[in-house]
Design a protein around this ligand. Structure first.
Ligand SMILES: [Zn+2]
Length: 391
Protein backbone atom coordinates (compact mmCIF):
# COMPACT_ATOMS: atom_id res chain seq x y z
CA UNK A 1 0.00 0.00 0.00
CA UNK A 2 2.75 2.39 0.96
CA UNK A 3 4.76 1.46 -2.14
CA UNK A 4 1.72 2.05 -4.34
CA UNK A 5 1.15 5.45 -2.75
CA UNK A 6 4.80 6.40 -3.24
CA UNK A 7 4.69 5.31 -6.86
CA UNK A 8 1.60 7.37 -7.46
CA UNK A 9 3.18 10.39 -5.83
CA UNK A 10 6.33 10.22 -7.94
CA UNK A 11 4.24 9.40 -10.97
CA UNK A 12 2.43 12.68 -10.51
CA UNK A 13 5.64 14.53 -9.70
CA UNK A 14 7.24 14.28 -13.11
CA UNK A 15 6.40 15.08 -16.68
CA UNK A 16 5.66 11.75 -18.33
CA UNK A 17 8.42 12.18 -20.87
CA UNK A 18 11.08 12.28 -18.15
CA UNK A 19 10.21 9.01 -16.54
CA UNK A 20 11.44 6.19 -18.73
CA UNK A 21 14.60 5.73 -20.75
CA UNK A 22 14.47 3.17 -23.54
CA UNK A 23 16.84 0.28 -24.20
CA UNK A 24 18.08 2.22 -27.25
CA UNK A 25 19.03 5.20 -25.06
CA UNK A 26 21.20 2.96 -22.88
CA UNK A 27 22.72 1.29 -25.95
CA UNK A 28 23.77 4.71 -27.28
CA UNK A 29 25.00 5.89 -23.88
CA UNK A 30 27.30 2.86 -23.54
CA UNK A 31 28.45 2.69 -27.18
CA UNK A 32 31.63 4.73 -26.71
CA UNK A 33 34.68 3.98 -24.59
CA UNK A 34 33.98 4.00 -20.81
CA UNK A 35 35.34 6.65 -18.45
CA UNK A 36 36.71 3.78 -16.37
CA UNK A 37 36.33 0.00 -16.31
CA UNK A 38 37.36 -2.99 -14.27
CA UNK A 39 36.19 -5.89 -12.11
CA UNK A 40 33.14 -6.51 -14.29
CA UNK A 41 31.99 -2.91 -14.25
CA UNK A 42 32.12 0.01 -16.67
CA UNK A 43 31.25 3.64 -16.06
CA UNK A 44 30.05 5.66 -19.08
CA UNK A 45 29.75 9.41 -19.37
CA UNK A 46 29.42 9.91 -23.12
CA UNK A 47 25.82 11.06 -23.21
CA UNK A 48 23.80 14.26 -22.96
CA UNK A 49 23.78 15.61 -19.37
CA UNK A 50 26.50 13.21 -18.16
CA UNK A 51 28.55 14.69 -15.33
CA UNK A 52 31.78 13.30 -13.92
CA UNK A 53 35.39 14.49 -13.95
CA UNK A 54 37.14 11.16 -13.30
CA UNK A 55 36.48 7.68 -11.95
CA UNK A 56 38.21 4.52 -10.79
CA UNK A 57 37.06 1.07 -9.67
CA UNK A 58 38.47 -0.77 -6.64
CA UNK A 59 39.28 -4.50 -6.73
CA UNK A 60 36.02 -5.17 -4.87
CA UNK A 61 34.03 -3.35 -7.58
CA UNK A 62 33.49 -0.16 -5.54
CA UNK A 63 33.22 2.74 -7.98
CA UNK A 64 34.78 6.10 -7.04
CA UNK A 65 33.68 9.14 -9.03
CA UNK A 66 35.15 12.63 -8.87
CA UNK A 67 32.65 15.43 -9.35
CA UNK A 68 34.11 18.81 -10.32
CA UNK A 69 32.54 22.07 -11.53
CA UNK A 70 33.03 23.41 -15.05
CA UNK A 71 35.12 26.30 -13.66
CA UNK A 72 35.51 28.26 -10.45
CA UNK A 73 34.50 30.27 -8.50
CA UNK A 74 30.98 28.91 -8.73
CA UNK A 75 27.79 28.85 -6.73
CA UNK A 76 27.66 25.15 -5.78
CA UNK A 77 24.95 23.03 -7.33
CA UNK A 78 26.98 19.88 -8.00
CA UNK A 79 25.62 17.98 -10.97
CA UNK A 80 26.46 14.34 -11.62
CA UNK A 81 25.34 11.81 -14.19
CA UNK A 82 26.74 8.46 -15.25
CA UNK A 83 25.69 5.11 -16.63
CA UNK A 84 26.97 2.02 -14.83
CA UNK A 85 27.22 -1.29 -16.67
CA UNK A 86 27.70 -4.36 -14.50
CA UNK A 87 28.37 -7.71 -16.17
CA UNK A 88 29.08 -9.56 -12.96
CA UNK A 89 25.77 -9.23 -11.15
CA UNK A 90 25.37 -7.97 -7.58
CA UNK A 91 24.93 -4.51 -6.16
CA UNK A 92 27.48 -1.76 -6.76
CA UNK A 93 28.76 0.72 -4.21
CA UNK A 94 29.39 4.13 -5.78
CA UNK A 95 31.05 7.00 -3.93
CA UNK A 96 30.81 10.51 -5.33
CA UNK A 97 33.77 12.63 -4.25
CA UNK A 98 33.00 16.34 -4.59
CA UNK A 99 35.95 18.46 -5.63
CA UNK A 100 34.35 21.79 -4.75
CA UNK A 101 30.91 21.88 -3.14
CA UNK A 102 29.03 19.24 -1.20
CA UNK A 103 26.33 16.70 -2.02
CA UNK A 104 23.08 18.54 -2.82
CA UNK A 105 20.87 16.49 -5.14
CA UNK A 106 19.40 13.18 -3.98
CA UNK A 107 20.23 10.58 -6.64
CA UNK A 108 17.87 9.24 -9.27
CA UNK A 109 18.31 5.89 -10.95
CA UNK A 110 16.84 4.44 -14.11
CA UNK A 111 16.97 1.14 -15.95
CA UNK A 112 15.91 0.39 -19.53
CA UNK A 113 12.15 0.59 -20.00
CA UNK A 114 11.46 1.30 -16.33
CA UNK A 115 10.42 4.59 -14.75
CA UNK A 116 13.26 6.58 -13.22
CA UNK A 117 13.05 6.69 -9.43
CA UNK A 118 14.78 8.26 -6.50
CA UNK A 119 17.28 5.97 -4.84
CA UNK A 120 15.95 5.11 -1.37
CA UNK A 121 17.46 7.58 1.14
CA UNK A 122 18.70 4.75 3.38
CA UNK A 123 20.98 3.63 0.51
CA UNK A 124 22.82 7.00 0.54
CA UNK A 125 25.27 8.05 3.25
CA UNK A 126 27.31 11.23 3.47
CA UNK A 127 30.77 11.69 4.94
CA UNK A 128 33.46 14.39 5.13
CA UNK A 129 30.76 16.98 5.78
CA UNK A 130 28.96 16.10 2.56
CA UNK A 131 32.07 16.15 0.36
CA UNK A 132 31.59 12.40 -0.21
CA UNK A 133 28.32 10.58 -0.85
CA UNK A 134 28.30 6.78 -0.86
CA UNK A 135 25.37 4.99 -2.42
CA UNK A 136 24.43 1.40 -3.11
CA UNK A 137 23.00 0.76 -6.56
CA UNK A 138 20.84 -2.30 -7.19
CA UNK A 139 22.03 -5.26 -9.24
CA UNK A 140 21.32 -4.45 -12.90
CA UNK A 141 23.16 -5.03 -16.20
CA UNK A 142 22.95 -1.29 -16.92
CA UNK A 143 21.55 1.69 -15.05
CA UNK A 144 21.62 5.48 -14.93
CA UNK A 145 22.67 7.45 -11.86
CA UNK A 146 21.80 11.15 -12.05
CA UNK A 147 21.38 14.23 -9.86
CA UNK A 148 17.87 14.86 -11.18
CA UNK A 149 15.28 12.89 -13.14
CA UNK A 150 16.50 12.18 -16.67
CA UNK A 151 15.31 14.81 -19.09
CA UNK A 152 16.44 15.78 -22.58
CA UNK A 153 16.17 19.10 -24.44
CA UNK A 154 13.28 17.52 -26.35
CA UNK A 155 11.52 16.75 -23.07
CA UNK A 156 11.94 20.35 -21.91
CA UNK A 157 10.52 21.68 -25.19
CA UNK A 158 7.81 19.06 -25.74
CA UNK A 159 4.81 20.92 -24.22
CA UNK A 160 5.65 24.03 -26.25
CA UNK A 161 6.38 22.15 -29.47
CA UNK A 162 2.95 20.52 -29.14
CA UNK A 163 1.40 23.99 -28.98
CA UNK A 164 3.43 25.09 -32.01
CA UNK A 165 2.01 22.12 -33.95
CA UNK A 166 -1.48 23.05 -32.73
CA UNK A 167 -0.95 26.62 -33.92
CA UNK A 168 -1.27 28.34 -30.54
CA UNK A 169 2.42 29.32 -30.18
CA UNK A 170 5.10 30.43 -32.62
CA UNK A 171 8.69 29.32 -32.16
CA UNK A 172 11.60 31.55 -33.08
CA UNK A 173 15.36 31.11 -32.78
CA UNK A 174 16.40 34.32 -31.02
CA UNK A 175 20.11 33.51 -31.12
CA UNK A 176 22.64 30.81 -30.40
CA UNK A 177 24.63 29.60 -27.43
CA UNK A 178 28.43 29.58 -27.27
CA UNK A 179 28.38 26.10 -28.90
CA UNK A 180 25.86 27.36 -31.51
CA UNK A 181 22.87 25.55 -30.03
CA UNK A 182 19.67 27.43 -30.90
CA UNK A 183 18.09 29.60 -28.23
CA UNK A 184 14.37 29.04 -28.60
CA UNK A 185 11.57 31.38 -27.61
CA UNK A 186 7.88 30.51 -27.90
CA UNK A 187 5.53 33.39 -28.58
CA UNK A 188 1.89 34.20 -28.28
CA UNK A 189 1.20 37.42 -30.19
CA UNK A 190 -2.37 38.71 -30.31
CA UNK A 191 -3.25 41.41 -32.88
CA UNK A 192 -3.14 44.35 -30.46
CA UNK A 193 -1.40 43.46 -27.17
CA UNK A 194 -1.43 45.92 -24.27
CA UNK A 195 1.62 44.31 -22.73
CA UNK A 196 4.18 41.52 -22.93
CA UNK A 197 4.82 38.97 -20.18
CA UNK A 198 8.23 37.27 -20.22
CA UNK A 199 8.63 33.81 -18.67
CA UNK A 200 12.07 32.23 -18.54
CA UNK A 201 13.79 29.31 -16.85
CA UNK A 202 16.90 27.13 -16.80
CA UNK A 203 19.59 29.75 -16.77
CA UNK A 204 21.09 27.24 -14.30
CA UNK A 205 21.20 23.72 -15.77
CA UNK A 206 20.58 21.37 -12.80
CA UNK A 207 17.54 23.20 -11.48
CA UNK A 208 14.41 21.10 -11.90
CA UNK A 209 11.71 22.18 -9.43
CA UNK A 210 11.76 25.76 -10.76
CA UNK A 211 11.15 24.54 -14.32
CA UNK A 212 8.27 22.43 -12.95
CA UNK A 213 6.67 25.61 -11.56
CA UNK A 214 7.38 27.31 -14.91
CA UNK A 215 5.66 24.45 -16.77
CA UNK A 216 2.54 24.64 -14.60
CA UNK A 217 2.48 28.45 -14.74
CA UNK A 218 2.73 28.58 -18.54
CA UNK A 219 0.13 25.80 -18.81
CA UNK A 220 -2.41 27.97 -17.02
CA UNK A 221 -1.68 31.06 -19.10
CA UNK A 222 -2.14 28.97 -22.25
CA UNK A 223 -5.22 27.11 -21.00
CA UNK A 224 -8.69 27.21 -22.50
CA UNK A 225 -10.24 29.00 -19.49
CA UNK A 226 -12.17 32.26 -19.77
CA UNK A 227 -9.54 34.10 -17.72
CA UNK A 228 -6.69 32.77 -19.85
CA UNK A 229 -8.47 33.59 -23.11
CA UNK A 230 -9.15 37.14 -21.91
CA UNK A 231 -5.55 37.48 -20.75
CA UNK A 232 -4.15 36.27 -24.07
CA UNK A 233 -6.41 38.59 -26.03
CA UNK A 234 -4.66 41.54 -24.37
CA UNK A 235 -1.14 40.25 -23.78
CA UNK A 236 1.78 38.85 -25.70
CA UNK A 237 3.84 36.06 -24.16
CA UNK A 238 7.53 35.33 -24.57
CA UNK A 239 8.36 31.88 -23.17
CA UNK A 240 11.96 30.64 -22.83
CA UNK A 241 12.10 27.07 -21.46
CA UNK A 242 15.89 26.63 -21.70
CA UNK A 243 18.09 29.72 -21.39
CA UNK A 244 21.34 27.76 -21.06
CA UNK A 245 21.24 24.83 -23.50
CA UNK A 246 25.02 24.22 -23.50
CA UNK A 247 25.17 23.98 -19.72
CA UNK A 248 22.14 21.69 -19.73
CA UNK A 249 23.57 19.28 -22.30
CA UNK A 250 27.11 19.32 -20.89
CA UNK A 251 26.07 18.61 -17.30
CA UNK A 252 27.27 21.95 -15.94
CA UNK A 253 26.70 22.93 -12.33
CA UNK A 254 25.68 26.50 -13.13
CA UNK A 255 27.55 28.33 -15.90
CA UNK A 256 27.32 28.50 -19.69
CA UNK A 257 30.12 27.25 -21.93
CA UNK A 258 31.80 30.65 -21.53
CA UNK A 259 32.22 29.86 -17.82
CA UNK A 260 29.80 32.61 -16.80
CA UNK A 261 26.77 32.58 -14.51
CA UNK A 262 24.18 33.88 -16.99
CA UNK A 263 22.08 35.31 -14.18
CA UNK A 264 24.93 37.71 -13.39
CA UNK A 265 25.26 38.83 -17.01
CA UNK A 266 22.05 40.82 -17.59
CA UNK A 267 23.37 44.31 -18.20
CA UNK A 268 26.94 43.48 -19.18
CA UNK A 269 25.60 41.00 -21.80
CA UNK A 270 29.03 39.48 -22.38
CA UNK A 271 27.59 36.07 -23.33
CA UNK A 272 25.70 35.16 -26.53
CA UNK A 273 22.79 33.66 -24.54
CA UNK A 274 22.04 36.74 -22.42
CA UNK A 275 22.82 39.07 -25.34
CA UNK A 276 20.33 37.31 -27.63
CA UNK A 277 17.62 36.97 -24.99
CA UNK A 278 18.06 40.59 -23.90
CA UNK A 279 17.76 41.75 -27.52
CA UNK A 280 14.62 39.64 -27.99
CA UNK A 281 13.03 41.15 -24.88
CA UNK A 282 13.94 44.67 -26.04
CA UNK A 283 12.40 43.94 -29.43
CA UNK A 284 9.23 42.54 -27.86
CA UNK A 285 8.97 45.68 -25.71
CA UNK A 286 8.74 47.79 -28.89
CA UNK A 287 5.52 45.97 -29.88
CA UNK A 288 3.94 45.95 -26.43
CA UNK A 289 5.53 47.15 -23.18
CA UNK A 290 7.03 44.55 -20.86
CA UNK A 291 4.58 44.29 -17.94
CA UNK A 292 6.06 41.34 -16.01
CA UNK A 293 9.19 39.19 -16.06
CA UNK A 294 9.31 35.94 -14.12
CA UNK A 295 12.52 33.92 -13.94
CA UNK A 296 12.10 30.44 -12.43
CA UNK A 297 14.93 28.82 -10.43
CA UNK A 298 15.55 26.26 -7.71
CA UNK A 299 17.49 26.53 -4.47
CA UNK A 300 17.60 24.99 -1.00
CA UNK A 301 14.23 26.43 0.04
CA UNK A 302 11.30 28.38 -1.35
CA UNK A 303 12.05 32.08 -1.75
CA UNK A 304 10.79 34.73 -4.14
CA UNK A 305 13.11 37.63 -4.87
CA UNK A 306 10.98 40.66 -5.60
CA UNK A 307 11.56 44.35 -6.18
CA UNK A 308 10.95 46.85 -3.40
CA UNK A 309 7.23 47.34 -2.77
CA UNK A 310 5.98 49.52 -5.67
CA UNK A 311 4.11 52.80 -5.11
CA UNK A 312 1.18 51.47 -7.16
CA UNK A 313 0.41 47.73 -7.20
CA UNK A 314 1.65 46.04 -10.39
CA UNK A 315 1.38 42.55 -11.83
CA UNK A 316 4.42 41.28 -9.95
CA UNK A 317 2.93 42.51 -6.69
CA UNK A 318 -0.40 40.81 -7.46
CA UNK A 319 1.41 37.50 -7.95
CA UNK A 320 3.47 37.94 -4.79
CA UNK A 321 0.41 38.60 -2.70
CA UNK A 322 -1.30 35.50 -4.11
CA UNK A 323 1.73 33.34 -3.35
CA UNK A 324 2.07 34.69 0.19
CA UNK A 325 -1.68 34.40 0.89
CA UNK A 326 -1.82 30.82 -0.35
CA UNK A 327 0.64 29.77 2.32
CA UNK A 328 -0.32 32.40 4.92
CA UNK A 329 3.21 33.69 4.47
CA UNK A 330 4.37 30.86 6.72
CA UNK A 331 6.81 28.87 4.68
CA UNK A 332 7.85 30.96 1.75
CA UNK A 333 10.24 33.84 2.07
CA UNK A 334 9.67 37.04 0.12
CA UNK A 335 12.95 38.89 -0.29
CA UNK A 336 12.68 42.46 -1.53
CA UNK A 337 16.36 43.17 -1.90
CA UNK A 338 17.03 45.12 -5.08
CA UNK A 339 20.58 45.00 -6.35
CA UNK A 340 20.90 47.21 -9.40
CA UNK A 341 23.90 46.38 -11.52
CA UNK A 342 24.14 42.85 -10.12
CA UNK A 343 23.53 41.32 -13.55
CA UNK A 344 20.48 39.43 -12.28
CA UNK A 345 17.64 39.30 -14.83
CA UNK A 346 15.10 40.43 -12.24
CA UNK A 347 17.08 43.56 -11.37
CA UNK A 348 17.89 44.38 -15.01
CA UNK A 349 14.23 44.04 -16.02
CA UNK A 350 13.14 46.19 -13.09
CA UNK A 351 15.58 48.94 -14.00
CA UNK A 352 15.09 48.70 -17.76
CA UNK A 353 11.28 48.45 -17.90
CA UNK A 354 10.16 49.54 -14.42
CA UNK A 355 8.10 46.39 -13.99
CA UNK A 356 7.44 43.82 -11.33
CA UNK A 357 10.13 41.32 -12.11
CA UNK A 358 10.46 38.22 -9.95
CA UNK A 359 13.07 35.56 -9.37
CA UNK A 360 11.01 32.61 -8.22
CA UNK A 361 13.16 30.03 -6.42
CA UNK A 362 11.47 26.71 -5.70
CA UNK A 363 13.05 24.53 -3.01
CA UNK A 364 15.02 21.52 -4.30
CA UNK A 365 12.79 19.20 -2.25
CA UNK A 366 9.55 21.19 -2.29
CA UNK A 367 6.58 18.87 -2.84
CA UNK A 368 5.38 19.13 -6.43
CA UNK A 369 1.72 19.43 -5.49
CA UNK A 370 2.50 22.45 -3.34
CA UNK A 371 4.68 23.98 -6.08
CA UNK A 372 1.85 23.42 -8.58
CA UNK A 373 -0.64 25.11 -6.23
CA UNK A 374 1.65 28.14 -5.82
CA UNK A 375 2.12 28.37 -9.58
CA UNK A 376 -1.67 28.21 -10.02
CA UNK A 377 -2.22 30.94 -7.40
CA UNK A 378 0.36 33.20 -9.04
CA UNK A 379 -0.86 32.59 -12.60
CA UNK A 380 -4.46 33.17 -11.58
CA UNK A 381 -3.51 36.43 -9.84
CA UNK A 382 -1.45 37.58 -12.83
CA UNK A 383 -4.33 36.98 -15.24
CA UNK A 384 -6.97 38.54 -12.94
CA UNK A 385 -4.85 41.62 -12.33
CA UNK A 386 -3.91 42.01 -15.99
CA UNK A 387 -7.49 41.49 -17.16
CA UNK A 388 -8.81 44.05 -14.60
CA UNK A 389 -6.38 46.64 -15.97
CA UNK A 390 -7.76 46.21 -19.44
CA UNK A 391 -11.31 47.13 -18.49
ZN1 LIG B 1 19.16 29.34 -10.35
Amino acid sequence: MRAAAALLWWGLALPAAAQTLAESWFAAATAGPPACAGHGRRVHAGFERAGLAACRIDADGHVHVTIRPENQPINPSPWYGLVLANDGGGETAVTLHYDGGTHRYAPWTGQPGRPAARLAPQLVSLSEGGRAARMLLPAAPVQLLMAQPPETIEDAMAPFEARVRAGSLVRTIVGHSVARRPLLAYWHRPPAPRGTVVLITRQHPPETTGPQAFARFTDLLLADSAAARAFRAGHALMIVPLANPDGFVLGHWRHNLGGVDLNRDWGPFTQPETHALGQAIEKAAKTAPIVAVIDFHSTARDVVYAPPRPAAPDLGEAMLQAIAADLDGASIRIDRAHNPGSGVLKSWARDRFGVGALTWEVGDASPTDRTARLAEAAATALMASANARGQ
